[in-house]
Design a protein around this ligand. Structure first.
Ligand code: KG4
Ligand code: ZN
Length: 340
């Protein structure tokens, strides 16, 4: 018998509703997924070319109870067996956040469970803890629809932002460029696929190629839009696959260049990629090459943990719980908030 046998397992119920996914998950000891349910609204918002906040909130209201019940049922567990409830309080769409938050508060009140506030980006980072335990010092490359940041962690639940985007997030830029090329929402994954059929033939600048840890994607987005308009005016056909490939090269180079600089400056041992754009095949390949070259460990979440889900909130919630981060029933949703 070792000491581990005496330790009680901790089950966290994670809830996520910050954008257009309603999700609940039960995570054991921060690393083991017991059950996850995700209800995605992509098909509903597709017709509008993006997420419509009011429609998103209404659908969260419709789905939240079903998702929670299904999650407990799948795990074959009752609320009595849950140790704490972790909830995404922000950032995100305020109406969407409030639905999950109210559900979490209600459950915490009725079943007398601790309520753990989780920052959405902490969730994306901790999606990697479902792959293997995090090792420090760690560099988290956060690339999502709303964020592009480099975050250094020296221990669990301690986040130091090295830099971030000064304007658009990389995912947002992917989606806008995809729309210019004529791809359906969400365009990021479709652009990724199309880029494989093309070559890097269009001359696009690597944005903010300086020695800060900041990023900028609005200039690159404008460069693509201008290029497409100019070609149109000259009656030239746009080589869509080549444009996708050229865009991807410029955008991803900006991420890998700054990641390289941070690894070297801070003697990083592990790099993790977090957020929806972690699903991007080119980013995955280029990051692997970079980490092999610099001999650091790279962790990439599996595809189902890259985009929004509650498993990552349950995992982050466990470490937030260990860190003593509890909230009371006055906890409010925040559409914007920095990760600290
Ligand atoms: O993390 P996420 O689900 O939502 C936010 O928290 O923002 O990220 C969604 C973003 C969208 O912009 C989507 O287009 C992008 O991730 N994305 C991708 C890929 N898969 C998702 N971007 C590029 N390549 C992909 N394969
Ligand atoms: Zn997200």
């Amino acid at each position: 018998m070792n000491c581990g046998d005496d330790m009680k397992d901790t089950y966290i119920l994670g809830i996520e509703s910050s954008c257009d996914e309603t999700s609940a998950s039960i995570i054991k000891n921060g690393t083991e997924e017991i059950s996850t349910v995700i209800s995605s609204q992509i098909d509903i918002h597709k017709d509008y070319g993006g997420v419509v906040p009011e429609i998103a909130s209404r659908n969260h209201v419709k789905n939240i109870t079903i998702v929670l019940e299904e999650c407990l049922e799948k795990a074959n567990m009752t609320m009595d067996e849950i140790d704490a409830i972790a909830i995404t309080y922000g950032p995100g769409l305020i109406g969407s956040l409030l639905v999950g938050l109210e559900a979490a508060k209600t459950l915490a009140f009725i079943y007398n469970k601790p309520l753990i506030p989780v920052h959405h980006i902490a969730g994306h980072i901790y999606a990697n803890s479902l792959v293997k335990p995090l090792e420090f010092p760690l560099l988290a490359v956060v690339v999502s629809g709303g964020h592009t940041e480099l975050i250094k962690m020296d221990k669990h639940y301690s986040f130091k932002k090295l830099g971030g985007t000064l304007d658009d997030a990389i995912g947002e830029c992917y989606d806008k460029v995809a729309r210019v090329i004529g791809l359906e929402y969400p365009g990021g994954p479709k652009l990724d696929k199309l880029a494989h059929e093309g070559k890097d033939t269009y001359d696009l600048p690597i944005p903010l190629n300086d020695d800060t840890y900041n990023f900028s994607f609005s200039g690159l987005k404008s460069a693509v839009i201008n290029l497409a308009h100019n070609e149109e005016q000259r009656n030239n056909e746009i080589r869509k696959a080549d444009l996708a490939c050229s865009f991807e090269n410029a955008a991803i180079s900006s991420i890998t260049n700054k990641t390289k600089k941070a690894i070297e400056e801070f003697n990083i041992k592990t790099v993790i990629i977090a957020g929806g754009v972690a699903a991007n095949s080119f980013l995955r390949e280029e990051m692997q090459k970079l980490c092999d070259e610099l001999k650091v460990d790279l962790s990439i979440p599996p595809m189902n943990y890259c985009t929004d889900n509650a498993a990552m909130i349950g995992a982050a919630g466990y470490y937030a719980y260990l860190d003593g981060r509890k909230a009371d029933l006055k906890l409010n949703a925040k559409s914007q908030d920095t990760l600290i």
